[in-house]
Ligand binder design. Structure first.
Ligand code: 5CA
Length: 156
């Protein structure tokens, strides 16, 4: 999507996070593909999962290790409402990102964000930068701060 990478770069800058967006020239749509391209473990890939509140209609972003699965019950306990997977078209409309390129930062409108505590165990993590072949690396604590994410135990 036009301007998506620029939005990520701008959001990083505004949060005081220095990032270098890398176009890999091959798909980084999935955690496995991204790990292969980045030469890191799947756990070091940040999955950006978007869910929608059944009651509020609002979107939530869950930042997970690539190797983890979101525990929906834990997630719903945090959000205080039942959650469902957001429709890809809705994700595009509200965040400005297409599935496979959803970034932890730079959304068109603010999204309430939670981060898996296990992400902080890594020295470096890699996240999507707004396109299906674009990534950036960061220290997890600075990325979590830039995303204004609440760190929690949300993995299965
Ligand atoms: N670029 C990589 C990592 S840097 C990436 O975006 N990975 S991801 O895990 O954050 O994004 C893919 C995720 O999108 C999948 O794990 C899946 O949870 C979600 N997804 C895939 N297809 C759909 C769909 N049809 N509807 C909603 N979510 C989907």
């Amino acid at each position: 999507m036009a301007g998506s990478i620029e939005r990520v770069t701008k959001a990083a800058k505004e949060a005081g996070l220095e990032i270098e967006v890398k176009r890999m020239g091959a798909s980084t749509r999935t955690s496995q593909e991204a790990a292969a391209q980045c030469g890191c473990s799947v756990a070091q890939i940040v999955k950006s999962l978007i869910f929608q509140g059944e009651t509020s209609d609002g979107l939530y972003l869950f930042l997970m290790q690539g190797s983890s699965r979101l525990d929906l019950r834990k997630a719903e306990a945090l959000t205080g409402e039942p959650l469902k997977r957001a429709d890809p078209r809705l994700i595009r409309e509200r965040t400005g990102f297409a599935i496979g390129g959803v970034s932890p930062i730079g959304h068109m409108s603010a999204v309430k964000t939670y981060a898996e505590n296990g992400l902080l165990l890594h020295e470096t993590v890699w996240a999507a930068a707004g396109a299906h072949d674009a990534v950036f690396s960061a220290r997890p604590n600075t990325l979590v701060a830039a995303a204004r994410a609440t760190v929690a135990d949300i993995a299965e």
